[in-house]
Design a protein around this ligand. Structure first.
Ligand SMILES: Cc1ncc(COP(=O)(O)O)c(C=O)c1O
Length: 393
């Protein structure tokens, strides 16, 4: 029988693969008693004062469409935040676009600047969203390697060697999903020099900016000399304020790009949720102690997971400097990353994500999110240990 969807779904959409994270998520959701360490989202609830502000806004009738760039008060608060914390001087009227999460900011940025056949350099391994967005825009994703021996930073010579006259954009994510790596300032400076020399745009994804450990500092490449006008910086409320379900993020972009991103935002979403924007305003302008507490807790969990993994034969890991992911090397075990994750899920009832889901250079690793309680992390560690011990017997 002829398949119903033959030819009905556009080839460019068919061409985009479902993310491996989602594959594991869907399998784990159907199984009982699984420790869920596959998802990249905080287990905390949104701080109460943020929810209160949203409730107040709703009750006061701030429930209408807003401008497609986002409410002026929120853009002003974002401008103050990025000036103080990121060293980026952004005009709230013309250089900030509020979006439905960082995901939408990445989508809009890529749709806005990428032409058919343009090449975009993407880190490997990295969040699968970039490749999908580039393909949907008709661009050609090419990858550069994040190397474990460089603490999951890049080799600038490799990047420069990939540049052609079709290279339009380089994507950088710091701290990184899935590796937890934080790109050091010297590497960002080298990348900035390359971007200036070859006249290339940078898309800098900084949604994990607050999650940095061991005294490591996060830097925004847009704050470097001559870079503001060639950078699109993406940020989000999802991770910092435990607001994944509110769908709120933003982009800082040069005026011309921001204007067209705002135009596209209109066609995709009309505007970001008015209530979420009010919540975001409270998040940025209110007390930050809840964020501090969450960060302390991530730091504690990071020690638990790193120490635990180091005790399990076959796993190798250096403490990740950022985000909330452990990305241990598993190549000493006799499994591909998919086979190991499926085995851990089916036999051990622990959900993790194969490194290969993040690109060819993710093979030999798995991603374990430690955005979960210490109790659950410890349970997962002992299940992993037991499951692997059975295989070795
Ligand atoms: C690297 C990275 N960037 C951006 C996002 C987008 O998050 P959101 O759309 O919830 O802001 C994610 C989510 O997992 C991510 O891992």
């Amino acid at each position: 029988m002829e398949s119903l969807d033959d030819g009905r779904v556009a080839a460019r959409v068919k061409d985009v693969k479902l993310s491996g994270i989602r594959v594991i998520f869907d399998l784990a959701a159907k199984m009982p008693d699984v420790v869920r360490l596959e998802a990249g989202e905080p287990d905390f609830n949104t701080p109460t004062h943020i929810c209160d502000a949203a409730e107040k806004a709703m009750r006061e009738g701030r429930t209408h469409y807003t401008t497609s760039r986002g409410i002026p008060e929120l853009r002003a608060a974002i401008a103050a935040k990025v000036r103080k914390e990121n060293g980026i001087d952004a005009d709230p009227e013309e250089e900030i676009v509020v979006t439905a999460g960082g995901s939408c900011a990445v989508y809009l940025a890529i749709q806005t600047v990428i032409e058919e056949g343009d090449e975009v350099l993407i880190p490997d391994p990295s969040w699968p969203h970039y490749e999908a967005c580039v393909k949907l825009a008709g661009g050609r994703p090419l990858t550069y390697t994040l190397k474990e021996e460089l603490d999951f930073s890049f080799d600038i010579e490799e990047i420069e060697g990939l540049i052609t006259d079709r290279t339009k954009m380089i994507i950088v994510a710091t701290p990184s999903n899935p590796t937890g790596g934080v790109i050091p300032l010297k590497d960002l400076k080298a990348l900035a020099d390359v971007a200036i020399k070859h006249n290339i745009l940078i898309l800098s994804d900084e949604v994990y900016e607050k999650m940095v450990y061991d005294g490591v500092k996060h830097y925004s490449i847009a704050s470097l000399a001559e870079m503001k006008n060639r950078c699109i910086t993406v940020n989000s409320f999802s991770k910092t304020y435990a607001m994944t379900g509110w769908r709120l993020g933003y982009a800082i972009a040069p005026k011309d790009i921001a204007a067209d991103m705002a135009k596209l935002n209109l066609f995709v979403n009309s505007c970001p949720s008015s209530v979420s924007q009010e919540a975001g305003l409270a998040a940025l302008t209110g007390p930050q102690d809840a964020v501090e507490k969450m960060l302390e807790e991530y730091s504690r969990r990071r020690h638990v997971i790193v120490d635990g993994l180091r005790r399990i034969e076959g796993f190798r890991i250096n403490p990740p400097k950022g985000a909330f992911y452990a990305f241990p090397r598993i190549s000493d075990l006799n499994y591909s990353s998919w086979d190991l994750c499926m085995h851990l899920l089916k036999e051990g009832r622990v959900a993790t994500v194969p490194g290969a889901a993040f690109g060819a250079h993710g093979e030999g690793y798995i991603r374990i999110s430690y955005a979960n309680s210490v109790e659950k992390i410890k349970m997962a560690l002992s299940r992993i240990e037991e499951t692997l011990a059975k295989v070795r017997r």
